[in-house]
Design a protein around this ligand. Sequence first.
Ligand SMILES: NC(=O)c1ccc[n+]([C@@H]2O[C@H](COP(=O)([O-])OP(=O)(O)OC[C@H]3O[C@@H](n4cnc5c(N)ncnc54)[C@H](OP(=O)(O)O)[C@@H]3O)[C@@H](O)[C@H]2O)c1
Length: 340
Amino acid sequence: MTQLSNRISTRKLGNSGLEVSSIGLGCMGMSFSYGPPKDTKEMISLLHAAVERGVTFFDTAEVYGPFSNEELLGEALAPFRDQVVIATKFGFDLVEGFDPRKGSPGLNSRPEHIKAAVEGSLKRLKVDVIDLLYQHRVDPAVPIEDVAGAVKELIAAGKVKHFGLSEAGAQTIRRAHAVQPVAALQSEYSLWTRKPEDEVIPTLEELGIGFVPYSPLGKGFLTGKMDGSTTFDSSDFRSMLPRFTPEALKANQVLIDLLTTIAEDKQATPAQIALAWLLAQKPWIVPIPGTTKLNRLEENLGADSIVLSADDLRGIDRAAAAITVQGTRYPERLEKMTGL
Ligand SMILES: NC(=O)c1ccc[n+]([C@@H]2O[C@H](COP(=O)([O-])OP(=O)(O)OC[C@H]3O[C@@H](n4cnc5c(N)ncnc54)[C@H](OP(=O)(O)O)[C@@H]3O)[C@@H](O)[C@H]2O)c1
């Protein structure tokens, strides 16, 4: 396995001036989505270990928990406040006491709701200013100009430094950017989710906006640690995803075969190749793999030292183009909230 060489390199997210480690840490799974919340002390140690290894980009959202993931980062990262960039997200209709077991929240990006959400995030993160604030999903009920306008006011008030969007379509990105420059888009992108290549990535390149691929390891699948016999209990979000049925997991092993072949050649792991492939696409791409384990954090950061040549990339593209991924990434209800 390719080892982490001391501290990892940094990248700039487009023209925003925001500089972060070339690989960030997705923190969602520490509190939300992938089974019960993990032990707080262990997660604090993991977050500290990430900082020690040069990670300066941490991803959370008010909906992760809800609220507890921001609190975890607030506590863990307080001693390193000046060294790290914390990104969070608003956009769901959450109130204190919201119970995710009783259903998923609706969208709410009304300007007054954004401002209230930011006050809550500032408190939980224990910061005076949010480094990067994303709209989590585009709210069809609120013109994006109003959302960008609200964030512009928060930036003018010194409560937010940079504006981001998540899973927004190209036209929305343009309209938002015209009101308040967008520093980064965060959307799903990986070897098995390549839709952003059609329209979104060219738009980001044209406008000088950074790209933060989420689920860069395909929610764990692209690491090669799952197969047709892997099961997820009902507290794991993957139990409701079409790509994680036993049939889809089995059919999609062909992608793992591809990653394993390249990994063997590079003395790396499939997870490292999946991340190195993303890093090789554009110098302004910063993936945020999520993990709750130190050995996997180190493995993932090792991707920073893997160089894929133009030939390697052509080979991967050719082989990937011959594979049809089985199962959609989200059920229809959730897919409908993306690309707007
Ligand atoms: N904007 C959005 O709508 C959105 C949506 C989803 C996620 N996100 C953000 O993106 C981050 C990353 O996405 P994600 O967590 O969905 O997916 P991911 O990073 O593709 O995969 C995470 C999963 O892979 C496992 N894993 C990580 N490294 C591994 C390795 N080296 N070997 C084997 N397994 C490994 C993790 O399990 P262990 O913990 O057991 O290692 C976890 O189950 C999230 O934490 C969140 O901050 C944003």
